[in-house]
Design a protein around this ligand. Structure first.
Ligand SMILES: C[S@@+](CC[C@H](N)C(=O)[O-])C[C@H]1O[C@@H](n2cnc3c(N)ncnc32)[C@H](O)[C@@H]1O
Length: 317
C-alpha cells in the first residue's frame, strides 16, 4: 500500500543531523530554522529545502507551510522556566515555549524532541514535568527514553541523550516502541585516519607534550587532556563530543597514529556522530566545525528512532 509522505519542519536545525536521520527513515523535510550563520552554511551545503536563517523568535509559524512533524534538538538554555513555575506565565526567552508556539499554530501530528540526558533531572524534575504537562494538555501522548549512541548504533561514542516523541494519535503512540540495543559495534580505529595534516599534531612546543608521548600508547583509544593529567577512555568508545571543542585550548579529544599524537580532525568528529563521508563541509574555520559536530546529534540513532516511528504510523494507517 502506498503511504502518504510525512512532512517535517526542523527547528534548531544546527547542521542537519536530525534532518539527515529523519530523511534516511523516509520523512520529507520541508523547511528548517537555525540562527547561527556558520551552522546555516553547513546545513545549506547539504540540503536543498528552505532554511530560515534567523532567531526562532523572529519567525511567525502562521506564515509557514504546515507539516506533519516538528523536530527540535533544542538548546539547554531553554531550561529557564522559573517564571512559569512561579505562575507568572512569563515564558519570554524560553526556547521550549517557542516550540509550543509553533505547535499551537501548526498542530503537527508528531513531535520529535532531543535533548541532554540531564533534562529529566533538571530543577529536581520540575522542568521535565512542565514539558510533559505542556505536551499532554495539547492532547499529545508522549514516550521518552535516554539512549546512548554506542548502545543504539554501531558508532563508538558515549553520548546519552533523551528522545521525547509525542503523538496526537493514541493508536500510533501505542504501536511505537523505542529501538532495541544493537549488537553491532565499530572499533574506534575504524573511524580514524592513519595520518593527517601536520596542523593537528602536538609537538614539543606544547608544555605537556612529554606526558602525551609517554602515556599515549594505544592506537585504538581516544584520550583527553584534563588540565593537568591525561585521561584514557578505556571502554572502547569516544567520550561525548561537545560544542566546547570549538573553543580552542585542549578540548578536542586526542589520538595516537602512525605519525604521532594529535587531535581528532573535524571529519573524524563527524564520523563519531555517524555522519557519512559524503557530508560536505563548507569553507569555514575548523573551530566552527568542531563546535557544530559537538552540538549535533548521532545520525544513526535519530534514524533508528525515526524508523520505529514510521513503522508505528504504517502499522496503524
Ligand atoms: C543542540 S544544537 C541542535 C543541533 C541539531 N539538531 C543538529 O542536528 O545539528 C541547538 C541549535 O539551536 C540553535 N539556536 C539556539 N538558539 C536559537 C534561536 N533563538 N533561534 C534559532 N536557533 C537557535 C543553535 O545555534 C544550535 O545550532
Amino acid at each position: 500500500m502506498q503511504h502518504a509522505t510525512i512532512t517535517v519542519a526542523d527547528l534548531f536545525a544546527g547542521i542537519g543531523g536530525i534532518a539527515l536521520g529523519l530523511k534516511r527513515a523516509g520523512f520529507k523535510i520541508l523547511w528548517a530554522n537555525e540562527m547561527d550563520a556558520n551552522a546555516c552554511k553547513t546545513y545549506s551545503t547539504n540540503f536543498k529545502h528552505k532554511l530560515y536563517k534567523c532567531e526562532i523568535q523572529k519567525l511567525n509559524p502562521d506564515n509557514l507551510p504546515k507539516v506533519d512533524m516538528l523536530a527540535a534538538g533544542f538548546p539547554c538554555q531553554a531550561f529557564s522556566i522559573a517564571g512559569y513555575r512561579k505562575g507568572f506565565g512569563d515564558t519570554r526567552g524560553t526556547l521550549f515555549f517557542d516550540i509550543m508556539r509553533f505547535v499551537d499554530s501548526i498542530h503537527p501530528k508528531y513531535l520529535f524532541l532531543e535533548n541532554v540526558k540531564n533534562l529529566e533531572r533538571h530543577d529536581n524534575g520540575n522542568t521535565f514535568k512542565v514539558i510533559l504537562h505542556e505536551l499532554e494538555k495539547r492532547g499529545y501522548y508522549v514516550k521518552h527514553k535516554v539512549l546512548n549512541t554506542c548502545e543504539y548504533s554501531d558508532v563508538p561514542q558515549n553520548r546519552e541523550r533523551i528522545y521525547i516523541i509525542a503523538f496526537k494519535n493514541k493508536a500510533v503512540y501505542e504501536a511505537f516502541e523505542f529501538p532495541k540495543k544493537t549488537t553491532k559495534h565499530k572499533a574506534i580505529c575504524d573511524l580514524l585516519d592513519d595520518s593527517t595534516d601536520e596542523k593537528y599534531y602536538y609537538d614539543n612546543k606544547t608544555p605537556f607534550y612529554s606526558i602525551l608521548k609517554k602515556e599515549m600508547t594505544n592506537r585504538c583509544t581516544v584520550y583527553q587532556w584534563r588540565r593537568v593529567y591525561l585521561r584514557e577512555n578505556k571502554n572502547n568508545v569516544c567520550p561525548t563530543l561537545t560544542a566546547n571543542m570549538g573553543m580552542g585550548g585542549h578540548n578536542v579529544p586526542l589520538v595516537l597514529d602512525s605519525k604521532g599524537v594529535r587531535k581528532l580532525t573535524p571529519r573524524e568528529c563527524a564520523r563519531f556522530q555517524g555522519f557519512p563521508e559524503t557530508y560536505k563541509f563548507p569553507d569555514i574555520a575548523n573551530s566552527a566545525l568542531y563546535k557544530q559536530f559537538g552540538n549535533s546529534v548521532s545520525v544513526p540513532v535519530i534514524e533508528t528512532v525515526a524508523k520505529e516511528i514510521m513503522k508505528a504510523i504504517k502499522k496503524v494507517s
